[in-house]
Ligand binder design. Structure first.
Ligand code: GLC
Length: 552
């Protein structure tokens, strides 16, 4: 593996003129190369994440289903969405508040006209198990009298022109200024502002537009920023602006809650995975963008970002019943599981469509909730190894050339293979299974790998396969994480011998780092007898463990 650590504007050319020649260049800065050696591809990912940092174990609820839309204009809109999810019995944990919850898009303010008394709607839907994530943009409105602007000016916290004037460009609030996040005191100031939001009951922060985006053209290269004490320019800082903003947000949430911070960021650099989850920005409701999801999330995973997702259904343009259906199926194991769309487009909650869409949407979201302990185990392991949740087949089958350019299927962990339908109108899927014995998740049929075959995939079916010898932990379905305690653990397993390690803790804070958790080692022998060995025991255990054989 190779990591070229340079934050300047960079150019990547992978064989554009000559397929024998790849090159990478940057316009300035140092030639800092790191080479990562290893026998296996997984060694490279482990080595790279040892260097740049690993995605930490998130809170369990963050792995649930999230609903978002740019276009929820009032507390009433939010309330209706929350009620509808419970009424239709489609599990949902989180509702995202896009920019309209703010007063005139001033960050760290509240739009009382549309959203009522600050925080009231958050408390109201929390009674029904909903958590709220709100958006924060870096651009601070140029508005004397607005506290955040005045404080930043008084303390000299904003980026400047080479002539020493505060630099102004335009974002959602109109004329705006940009915090100089490379400086510790600016990050601390920003971090502490999150306390007001957290005190209102907000559970996570969505850092957007932090490239930084600007409407009156990009920031000139010579705008003055800092890298800690050292003065530098936008040219050097641009690619780490989102990284530094996420770092501040992470620190603020951690300091003021003591829980594992949930931060989503649009812009990132190598290492941002330590602080934030990413999503792939403003995609469109297009089949080609659904297809892109698989390589995008697998590549992010291989680059350390185990926690990533796409806007399910597509952000821009109008989605269709079939596209939304196939997207929710394909994304059921996407680490970040969020339906989001742009104002002015067709609304995208499942009930905007017919009963068939609602039924299939419900089926897959419920399935997601069943698989939560599996995803959580993968995050727990990933914190120690850097290996991602969603993986390209080549990561585990590097000697099989068929996996080198396979963009229509992926692994979840090592032993669950998902082959979603990604083409409009298709009701069959050409599936490739690598070497070994596999079991069809839906029918239990045993299939020997090392071949392609055609699998029927009607509109409500996403082909999935379990490798022989696997166990997958599952929970019972719930409307949201925390609805009831998880008393039973189900182990979905293939026939014959199988084993698995499972982690259990409170799903929220850092107690596990002080030993407050259970680690189970399950082993099922060829006769189907399950043995449980507690490799670490310091948390209330499940009351029962149930074995389920795949397809039965
Ligand atoms: C950006 C974000 C998008 C958000 C919109 C409004 O386009 O990428 O997700 O909805 O801004 O805040």
């Amino acid at each position: 593996g190779m990591f070229f650590d340079n934050t300047y504007r960079s150019h990547v050319n992978l064989g554009k003129e000559n397929s024998a020649c790849y090159y990478y260049s940057a316009e300035n800065g140092n030639l800092d190369y790191y080479f990562i050696s290893g026998e296996k591809m997984t060694d490279i990912v482990e080595g790279y994440t040892y260097l740049t940092g690993r995605t930490p174990l998130p809170q369990l609820w963050t792995l649930g289903h999230h609903q978002s839309r740019w276009g929820y204009m009032s507390a009433d809109d939010i309330r209706r969405v929350a009620h509808k999810y419970r009424e239709l019995q489609i599990p949902c944990d989180t509702i995202h508040f896009d920019i309209d919850y703010m007063d005139g898009y001033r960050v760290f303010t509240w739009n009382e006209k549309g959203f009522g008394a600050p925080g009231a709607i958050i408390k109201e839907i929390a009674e029904d198990g909903f958590k709220v994530v709100c958006i924060i943009d870096p651009g601070v409105k140029l508005d004397p009298g607005y506290a955040k602007y005045d404080e930043g000016i008084a303390n000299d916290y904003f980026a400047k022109t080479p002539e020493g004037e505060v630099y102004v460009n335009e974002v959602w609030p109109g004329e705006s200024v940009f915090p100089d996040f490379g400086r510790k005191e600016v990050r601390d100031w920003w971090a502490d502002h999150h306390k007001e939001l957290l005190d209102m009951g907000i559970r996570g922060i969505w850092d957007d537009m932090n490239e930084p985006a600007s409407f009156r053209g990009e920031l000139p290269q010579d705008v003055q920023f800092h890298d800690e004490e050292r003065q530098t320019t936008h040219a050097e800082i641009h690619n780490v602006y989102g990284h530094n903003m996420s770092r501040a947000t992470y620190a603020g949430i951690r300091k003021h809650t003591g829980k594992r911070p949930f931060v989503i960021t649009r812009a990132a650099y190598a290492g941002t995975q330590k602080y934030a989850t990413v999503w792939t920005g403003d995609n469109q409701s297009l089949w080609s963008h659904l297809q892109m999801m698989v390589p995008q999330l697998c590549n992010l995973g291989m680059s350390g970002f185990a926690f990533a997702g796409t806007d399910i259904g597509g952000f821009g343009a109008d989605t269709t019943p079939e596209l939304l259906t196939r997207w929710i199926e394909a994304a059921v194991f996407s680490p970040l599981f969020r339906n989001h769309s742009c104002q002015g487009t067709r609304r995208q909650e499942p009930w905007q469509f017919d009963d068939q869409v609602v039924g299939i949407y419900r089926k897959y979201v419920k399935m997601r909730y069943c698989f939560l302990p599996y995803l959580y185990d993968l995050f727990y392991q990933g914190e120690q190894t850097g290996l991602p949740v969603m993986r390209p087949l080549v990561l585990h089958y590097p000697k099989d050339p068929e996996t080198y350019n396979l963009n229509g299927e992926f692994l979840v962990g090592e032993n669950l293979l998902v082959a979603p339908v990604l083409e409009q109108g298709a009701t069959k899927k050409m599936v490739y299974l690598p070497e070994g014995e596999w079991y069809d998740y839906w029918t239990g049929e045993k299939i020997t790998g090392g071949k392609y075959f055609l699998r029927d995939a009607p509109i409500d079916l996403c082909p999935m396969y379990l490798k022989e010898g696997t166990m997958i932990p599952m929970y019972e379905k719930m409307a949201y994480v925390g609805e009831k305690p998880y008393r039973t653990l189900y182990l979905l397993t293939t026939p014959g011998e199988a084993s698995y390690d499972h982690f259990q803790d409170n799903g929220e804070d850092y107690a596990y780092r002080k030993g407050v958790y259970n680690l189970y080692h399950f082993h099922k022998n060829a006769q189907g007898v399950l043995e449980t060995e507690m490799r670490h025991k310091n948390y209330p255990e499940y009351e029962q463990i149930c074995l389920k054989i795949v397809g039965k």
